[in-house]
Each structure stands twice: as C-alpha cells, then as structure tokens.
Write a protein that binds this ligand. Sequence first.
Ligand SMILES: Nc1ncnc2c1ncn2[C@@H]1O[C@H](COP(=O)(O)OP(=O)(O)OP(=O)(O)O)[C@@H](O)[C@H]1O
Ligand SMILES: [Mg+2]
Length: 358
Amino acid sequence: MPLTKISLKRFRCFEELEFDLSPGINFFHGPNGSGKTSILESIFLFSSGKSFKSSNLSSLIRYDDTNFYLKAFDSERGYILEITKDLSKPISVLLNNTKTTTSKLIREFPCTTIHNNTFSFADASPDFRRKLLDRSIFVADENFSSDWFSFYRALKQRNSLLKSGYINDISIWNESVAKEGTSLTSYRKSFFNKTLNEFNNLIDILEPEKVFTFLKSINIKFYKGWDGDDSLLNTLSNNISSDLKRRSTVFGPHKADIKFLINNIDARQLLSRGEQKFFSIMWCCAQNEVLKKSYGVDPSLIIDDIKSELDDRVFWLLINLLKHNRNQVIFSCIDDHFSSKISAEFNEFKKFHVEQLG
Ligand SMILES: Nc1ncnc2c1ncn2[C@@H]1O[C@H](COP(=O)(O)OP(=O)(O)OP(=O)(O)O)[C@@H](O)[C@H]1O
Ligand SMILES: [Mg+2]
C-alpha cells in the first residue's frame, strides 16, 4: 500500500513541493542541505505522525510560517491522507476527510525507517533497540499494544509502592507485572527469533562475509530483561529487597535488549563505524522481511543517507539488498551513483535530484 503522490507545504526548507513516488525504488540525491532528509521525514510522518529527527513537531514548520500541510495519495486504495500542524495546536490527521489518530497510521501506512540514529543501532541504549523491536511488533500484531500498555501500567503501580516503601500489597502487583510481562516477552522473543532467521537468510543471499569477517563470529541474543530460566514472578519475588533499596523494579521486560557479542565481547566495543552501519541496516531489513513474510504487512523501506561512511564495496552490497526487496523503497544519498544502465536493473526505479524538485 505505498504512497504515490506527495505534496508538502511550508514544511522544513520547502515552501511548496510536489512529487510522484514509484511503488518500486525511489532514489533522492542532492548536496548537503538540499532537503533529502526532510523529504524522507515527511514520508515517515505519514506513517507515524512523528518525526525521526525531532520530538518537537513545530520545528518542522518552515521558518517564519505558522503551519505546515502535507498531503499524500495511496492510488491503489484511493486513500487521501492529510496532515496539518499549526504552531499553537496539536497535529491533525485526516484520512479520506475523517479525523484519525496517529497510532492508526502505523498500521495503515507502515514503514521501516533507517536513518542516522539507527546506523549505530548496536551502540545505542537498550531502550532504543527495545523501542525498535516493539514498534515492529505493534505493526505486526494488533493484540500487542494492549499487553504492552497493561504491562507498563502494572509496572508503574509496583514502582510507586516501592517508592513509598509500603509493600504490604506488593505480591498482587508482582503477579500482575509477571502475567503481563510474560505475555509481552513471548511476543518479543518470537519476533526476535524470526528476525534472526531472516538476518541469516539475507547473509546467505548477499555473502557479505567476503567483505566483513566479523559476521562469521557475531552472536545475536535476545535478553528478556532478567537472567536465567526462572519465571518472572519468582524473579520479582526474589528481588524485593534489592528493588526496595533502589525504589524501582530492577529486572523485567522493561530491561529487555538485543545483545551482539563477538567472541563473548560486546560487539559495540569492537565494530568499526562502517561495520556497525552495515550491521544495523541488515538487522532493520531483516525486521522488515519478518513483517512481510510472517504478518502480511507491506512496509515501505526508508533509508536516509545510505552511502555515508561506507566504501564502494559495502555500498553496492547494500544496494544489492534493495534488488531483493519487492516493496516500495525510498532512499537518499548525496551523489548520484545510478547511471541509466544501473537503474534499469532495479524494480521500477525512479530518481529525484532534490535541488531541481522545488
Ligand atoms: N523548519 C525549517 N524551516 C526552514 N528550513 C529548515 C527547517 N528545518 C531545517 N531546515 C533546513 O532545511 C535544509 C534541508 O535540510 P535536510 O536535513 O533535509 O538536508 P539534506 O539534503 O538531508 O542534507 P545532508 O546531506 O546534509 O544530510 C537545511 O538547510 C536545514 O537547515
Ligand atoms: Mg540529510
């Protein structure tokens, strides 16, 4: 369900911009500051109501203007999506002229976005990796969000008891946190296992070991947020005294993470920046494959600044990956690396020189 026609008004550096996306591969190129990231950011907004660059949506309004207006068409389904943000008002989203919530967008116009922050996925905080995993599961399975919210609500209650120091009723909250947390964990574990499988498939297809030897020895593990095989309920009960000391719950799904080890050493202490970037893109593409194959979701893949920090061998390895993707892809880099001969090898390839769009 890709978006095919986009129009931006008073958004970032653009006063007014219109372009038609291909349902296949879209490539945006242009010099620093020409607006590549802004264009990709606008497409992410259609899929989430959020920016991947800023938590303050007002900063996306063009300098000296008071609002932005974005419009997109999904020509396959005949959907029209409109997003408005006024300086003094919250964001407003209209789908076919009817008000809708931003959380609905994630499922209607799913996309996997890979950008500057994601490039150091392995180096980021556990919270970042957890959010990325949860976001994909949220898109994949409608039931996930209610379990997610129930868990974090129960955890909040348990933590407020620990803060107050009155823990007479804590066993009720141990049970509630354990019940919701166990369910949350099984969603995460299952999605992680599928992602690992797809990651290994992508490696088999691309054979990147010829370029990166670390891939032969990397060990990727899901950490559920507590150690050992003990149940979450037992873990919570056994750790009450240390939780009381810290005034919060030390172990549980709120500490879940994905760990990358090379010879049992945390990979972030070993990998070069290019290796990290390549690895991060592969992992996100693997998550994207899981959404397609296991859940029938058709996410668009957005990759900003794909070439930075990568040498030509690695860049072309990643570009090869795009050939295997049957969904819409929108990616950017500074220079135009695609002659018409190369472009012809890709599925419905469309090239945009950002400077000439305005
Ligand atoms: N709210 C805004 N109003 C006007 N201009 C803005 C606004 N926000 C950002 N800009 C400017 O928009 C321009 C485009 O930024 P963008 O990040 O999209 O460029 P880019 O093509 O991705 O560059 P790079 O290659 O350096 O990543 C920049 O000059 C930036 O300073
Ligand atoms: Mg940019």
